[in-house]
Design a protein around this ligand. Structure first.
Ligand code: GLU
Length: 428
């Protein structure tokens, strides 16, 4: 496990370079306007804050938090906040840039941003996480706002954390602003202004994409096999929903370890286990396997739903799957991508596949602004329409441009951004 963590750290260093390479490839192929290319190749604002927090032992620790705002030509900055020891400026830059593409692909009026704090929340108490969150929100000040930059959950953050951000933000606003600013964050608890269906939205979007892929390739999901990397919000919801299709979960990896059962792992039972133990390790109805064994497990579908740079030159050669549905942001590096393409493994790229989260964030934001509350059926129907529409656009662009799906997804996003820049021009 120690070894694996080290490997992950080394691999993660170039994540922003991955984004730049993906961007350049698409920009070349579509002959993106050189001025627009110049603008989009830079982030707009990079905010780094260092702030003190009193810990449970009475001492004060200093924390470093980030918020990178990549682009806002399509609307307010939008994107999650991540709590992880490996968060750094390059990772946040990459994630912010991906958010710009993601919102453009699914056609919602947002720009791209991302933030995070570099620390390990598993080593902190509930109270410490609350104080870190509140102090970070205070440090960000007016760099976030309901019509300006709207955070949401990401790795190791959740609805509870969004509620603390909301409360801290509102508490520091003038009284007349407070009642109309609940849309400063999305992914809130439903009682605090959240939307039904936001919790499962990313996993649901992944499964909508897989359904469409199965339809297009005339593949039967009933009885199909799949593996999942990451069993947090995205991975566990995806597994829960795949079970409803009658698909068989063979292997799962998370930070605690990896497990496999060739006869199938019951997703609901594993979710209940992980809720108690906080990890898949020692799950009694499967055998422990290594990190590489997860990749070696032959299956129809692989859902990476953990961190970046997991499908690499080193791991990709073991993959024996028909399709990779990227629930995580940036799970495939450049070498991994080339190899998947050469080996004819289909890829539903992250900026399309995991866009369900930000789509339902948009629905939550709209409901807050209009003082409405939609039922789950309405949220799911609208999400389905958005995902399938984006999926078809990417699929058709890949065909028309004779390119891989990731590049096609970039082209869809970049065309939209290019059009808006052409229409608006730049000030002055
Ligand atoms: N963190 C999620 C993502 O990477 C959701 C972002 C949002 O809802 O704003 O897409």
């Amino acid at each position: 496990m120690k070894k694996k963590k080290k490997k992950m750290r080394k691999k993660k260093m170039n994540v922003y370079e991955n984004v730049c390479q993906q961007f350049n490839k698409a920009a070349d192929l579509m002959h993106l306007d050189p001025d627009v290319r110049n603008i989009l190749s830079k982030t707009t604002n990079e905010i780094v804050v260092n702030f003190p927090v009193r810990m449970d032992d009475g001492k004060i620790d200093m924390f470093t938090g980030y918020r990178v705002q990549h682009n806002s030509v399509l609307g307010p900055y939008k994107g999650g906040l991540r709590y992880h020891p490996l968060v750094d400026i390059n990772e946040v830059r990459a994630l912010a840039t991906w958010m710009t593409w993601k919102s453009a692909i699914v056609n919602i009026p947002y720009g791209g941003a991302k933030g995070g704090i570099q620390f390990d929340p598993t080593k902190c108490s509930f109270g410490e996480i609350q104080r870190i969150t509140r102090r970070f929100t205070f440090a960000l000040g007016c760099n976030i706002g309901p019509e300006y930059d709207i955070p949401a959950p990401d790795v190791n953050t959740n609805a509870q954390i969004m509620a603390w951000i909301l409360d801290t933000y509102l508490s520091t606003q003038p009284p007349h602003e407070r009642q109309r600013s609940t849309h400063v964050v999305t992914g809130k608890p439903v009682e605090a202004g959240g939307s039904l269906g936001r919790d499962k939205a990313t996993g649901q979007g992944v499964v909508f994409c897989i359904e469409q892929w199965a339809k297009d390739t005339k593949f039967k999901l009933k009885g199909a096999t799949y593996t999942v990397q990451g069993f947090g919000n995205v991975g566990s919801w995806a597994a829960y929903l795949m079970k409803r299709h009658g698909s068989k979960l063979l292997a799962v990896e998370d930070v605690s370890g990896a497990i496999r059962n060739q006869n199938g792992i019951d997703a609901d039972d594993l979710i209940a286990y992980v809720q108690k133990t906080k990890g898949v390790k020692n799950y009694p109805k499967a055998e422990p396997i290594s990190h590489l064994d997860l990749f070696k497990t032959k299956a129809d579908i692989f859902i990476p739903a953990a961190l970046e740079n997991q499908i690499t030159a080193e791991t990709v050669r073991f993959l024996r799957v028909k399709v990779v549905a990227e629930g995580a942001n940036g799970p495939t590096d450049i070498d991994g991508d080339v190899s998947l393409w050469r080996r004819n493994i289909d890829v539903i790229p992250d900026i399309l596949c995991n866009a369900g989260g930000v789509v339902v964030s948009y629905f939550e934001w709209l409901q807050n602004k209009r003082s409405e509350f939609w039922d789950l059926g309405e949220v799911d129907t609208k999400l389905h329409r958005k995902m399938i529409d984006a999926y078809q656009r990417v699929r058709d662009t890949a065909k028309a441009s004779k390119t891989d799906w990731r590049t096609a997804a970039y082209i869809v996003a970049l065309r939209r951004l290019e059009t808006v820049y052409r229409e608006r021009g730049i000030f002055p």
